[in-house]
Design a protein around this ligand. Structure first.
Ligand SMILES: Cc1cc2nc3c(=O)[nH]c(=O)nc-3n(C[C@H](O)[C@H](O)[C@H](O)COP(=O)(O)O)c2cc1C
Length: 335
C-alpha cells in the first residue's frame, strides 16, 4: 500500500515523500536571467512547506530565447553563483532541487526557427546548449535536471509529427523525431552522471496530427534506454481550469498509467491533484510513483506539511489560473 508520505527513491535521489513541485515559471528574472530577491523567497517557502523535491520553473538554456518574459536561465557561467545560492537555500531544508532545462524558441539563422528549417549544425547547437546548461547545473549544486519536452515549447514541437516534417534521420518515425532528445540525454548522462535525469513530456499533444499516446510511450522507452531516470507525464493545455476534488482530478492519469506499465523508471503524474484520497488511489491503482503539483503550491506552499499533520482536506486552489497573470505568479487569494 503506497502512501503520499512514503520515503522513496526518485532514481538516485532520496525523497521524504511522493510529492514533487512541478515546474512553475515565476517570471521573476530579468532579461539576462538574473533572479530577483522574491524568487529566492518563493522557493524557500516551498522547501520549508515540506514538498519532497522541487523542479524549478522554466530555465532557458539559451541567452537569446525570448519566448516569454522573466524566465530564469542557465545559459551563461555568470549565472551559476545565483543558482548556487538557490540550491544552498533549498538544501538547508533537506529538499532536493531539479532545474527544468528548457528552450522556448531556437534563434539560429532567423527568429523562432521551426524543426523543418534547421540545419544539422542548428540541431547540434541545440544539443550543446542543453548539455552545457546541465554542466552549469552541476556547478550550481542542482541534484538533477529536467528536459522540458512538453507544452509546445521547442523540444515538444521537435518530437511532434504536427511540427516536424523532416525527411532525414531527425524526422519521420518516433525514433527519428526523438533523436535530438536522445542525443541530449546521452550527452548529459555521459558528462554529468551525478545529475538525476528526468523529462516532462505530453502524454498527448491534443492537436490534429500531433504526438499520440503511443508515440509518447515509444519516445519514453527510447529515452529510458538512453539514460532517462524518471519521466513526468503532462499534456498540452496543461493547467486545466475548474478542477473540483472528487470530480475531475488527476486529468492526465489515463495517459500516464499505461506508460508506467511499460517503463522501469518512475513515472511522475502532473495535473489536477487536489485531494490526498484521489492521489493515493492513483498511486495504488496504477504504477505511477510520484505526483507533482503546481497551482496548489502557489496557493499553499506548505500544503505537504498540512496534509502530513493530519489535515487531509483538499487543496484550497480553485484552479482559476489567475496566477498566470499576477506579478511573480502569486495566488490572487493570498494578496
Ligand atoms: C503560473 C504557472 C507557471 C507554469 N510554468 C511552468 C513551467 O515553467 N514549466 C512547466 O513545465 N510547466 C509550467 N506550468 C504547468 C505546471 O507545471 C503544471 O503542469 C500544470 O499547472 C498542471 O498542474 P496543477 O494542476 O498542479 O497546476 C505552469 C503552471 C502555472 C500555473
Amino acid at each position: 500500500m503506497k502512501t503520499l508520505f512514503d520515503c522513496v527513491n526518485l532514481g538516485k535521489l532520496r525523497l521524504k515523500n511522493r510529492l514533487i513541485r512541478s515546474a512553475t515559471w515565476e517570471a521573476l528574472a530579468d532579461e539576462s536571467g538574473h533572479m530577483k530577491e522574491e524568487l529566492f523567497e518563493t522557493y524557500e517557502r516551498l522547501a520549508a512547506g515540506g514538498v519532497g523535491a522541487i523542479i524549478t520553473g522554466f530555465t532557458s538554456v539559451s541567452g537569446d530565447d525570448h519566448y516569454f518574459g522573466g524566465m530564469a536561465r542557465l545559459s551563461d557561467d555568470e549565472l551559476i553563483a545565483e543558482h548556487r545560492r538557490l540550491t544552498d537555500t533549498l538544501h538547508k531544508h533537506g529538499c532536493p532541487v531539479i532545474a527544468q532545462l528548457a528552450l522556448g524558441e531556437y534563434n539560429g539563422a532567423h527568429r523562432n526557427m521551426t524543426p523543418d528549417s534547421m540545419s544539422a549544425a542548428d540541431i547540434a547547437a541545440v544539443k550543446d546548449r542543453f548539455v552545457s546548461a546541465a554542466g552549469r547545473a552541476v556547478q550550481a549544486g542542482y541534484d538533477g535536471v529536467q528536459i522540458h519536452a512538453a507544452h509546445g515549447f521547442f523540444l515538444s514541437r521537435f518530437i511532434s509529427p504536427a511540427f516536424n516534417h523532416r525527411n532525414d534521420e531527425y524526422g519521420g518515425s518516433a525514433e527519428n523525431r526523438a533523436r535530438l532528445i536522445v542525443e541530449i540525454l546521452r550527452g548529459i548522462a555521459a558528462d554529468f552522471p551525478s545529475l538525476h535525469l528526468t523529462m516532462k513530456i505530453n502524454g498527448s499533444d491534443f492537436i490534429y496530427g500531433g504526438l499520440t499516446p503511443d508515440d509518447c510511450a515509444a519516445v519514453c522507452r527510447l529515452c529510458e534506454a538512453n539514460g532517462l531516470e524518471s519521466v513526468e507525464i503532462s499534456g498540452n493545455g496543461t493547467s486545466v481550469p475548474g478542477i473540483r476534488p472528487g470530480v475531475n482530478e488527476a486529468y492526465f492519469r489515463e495517459f500516464a498509467a499505461p506508460i508506467a506499465g511499460q517503463l522501469s523508471i518512475p513515472v511522475i503524474l502532473v495535473g489536477g491533484h487536489r485531494s490526498p484520497d484521489c492521489m493515493e488511489r492513483v498511486l495504488n491503482e496504477t504504477g505511477i510513483e510520484f505526483l507533482s503539483l503546481s497551482r496548489p503550491l502557489v496557493r499553499e506552499p506548505d500544503l505537504p506539511r498540512r496534509w502530513k499533520s493530519g489535515d487531509r482536506s483538499p487543496s484550497r486552489c480553485v484552479s482559476c489560473n489567475a496566477c498566470y497573470s499576477t506579478p511573480g505568479h502569486r495566488c490572487v487569494f493570498l494578496r
